[in-house]
Design a binder for this molecule. Sequence first.
Ligand SMILES: NC(=O)C1=CN([C@@H]2O[C@H](COP(=O)(O)OP(=O)(O)OC[C@H]3O[C@@H](n4cnc5c(N)ncnc54)[C@H](O)[C@@H]3O)[C@@H](O)[C@H]2O)C=CC1
Ligand SMILES: Nc1nc(O)c(N)c(N[C@@H]2O[C@H](COP(=O)(O)O)[C@@H](O)[C@H]2O)n1
Length: 277
Amino acid sequence: MSAAPRDALEFPESDRAFLEPQLPPRDGSTSRPDMPFTTLTFATSLDSSLALSPGTRTALSGPQSKAMTHYLRSRHDGILIGVGTALADDPGLNCRLDGVGGYGGEGLDCQPRPIVIDPTLRWDFSDDSKLFQLCREGRGRGPWIVTTVHEPPAEKVSLLKKYGGQFISLNIPTSESGTHRIDWTQLLATLRSNGLRSVMIEGGGHVINSLLEPTYMGLIDRVIVTIAPTWLGQGGVVVSPARRFDGEGNSMSAARLKNVQWYPFGEDVVLCGQVKI
Ligand SMILES: NC(=O)C1=CN([C@@H]2O[C@H](COP(=O)(O)OP(=O)(O)OC[C@H]3O[C@@H](n4cnc5c(N)ncnc54)[C@H](O)[C@@H]3O)[C@@H](O)[C@H]2O)C=CC1
Ligand SMILES: Nc1nc(O)c(N)c(N[C@@H]2O[C@H](COP(=O)(O)O)[C@@H](O)[C@H]2O)n1
């Protein structure tokens, strides 16, 4: 067992009980055997912003809700982000909770697998990227990168392989505007067939807004949102899915939660619920 580093986070037992009904079952079971338990989770400002601007890393969670997010990381097999987030944040995407692998625990116990959606391979990762530093220190797993590119550059393939990561090539159709649109059903089924029983999807804005489209929102088992008591102001990266319309063409809300629970955490509040279909 390794010693916990000084930046290890604590999430007290007393705070864990309320979250249990929101989390993937400990036995790995899912309501759909071919799909992972899927949690959509992020931190937002009062004006629904994830960050000050697309290229900026913005701290919203306070210490208690940050520790809660790391507890969520310890309870999921995978943690998924879009390439915009990888480029903006150079994230660690590991779990820094006291007692998990690399933070006082054995091996990589309870460390989630990072997954980056990068259709055209924009993320020019290297040995210096935070994620790989953590792999070298035995504090995180190598990432899986989901792409449309069928033959990624050999040096990137071997760098990923060195850290136990891989490219996953999917056929993602290109729209007329030249952008790619993931079929979330196909992607989540692929992650399940690669052994992941649960996945938490953290962002950023494009990822969240596309997952909240009517076609895909039924794939989300739980939504867990940290709301920080701040307005980031105009120009931020906003969670605001496309509007829906009823049969007569009238506007409806884009999505709504049911079975809602609210928990105060320090100065933040954490909202848990299920998407109402
Ligand atoms: N507060 C929070 O909890 C979080 C904040 N962020 C912030 O969000 C910002 C990044 O957000 P965005 O710019 O919206 O980038 P993003 O992380 O959503 O990535 C966008 C890119 O990912 C790919 N992508 C995303 N959804 C796709 C889909 N459905 N089909 C195909 N490809 C898809 C595309 O290449 C797209 O350009 C950063 O500033 C980051 O710090 C990110 C995660 C969580
Ligand atoms: N829960 C939460 N609160 C915030 O205030 C945030 N900015 C984020 N961002 C997400 O966490 C990733 C950073 O992870 P590491 O600390 O580097 O491990 C970032 O990339 C976003 O996905 N989340």
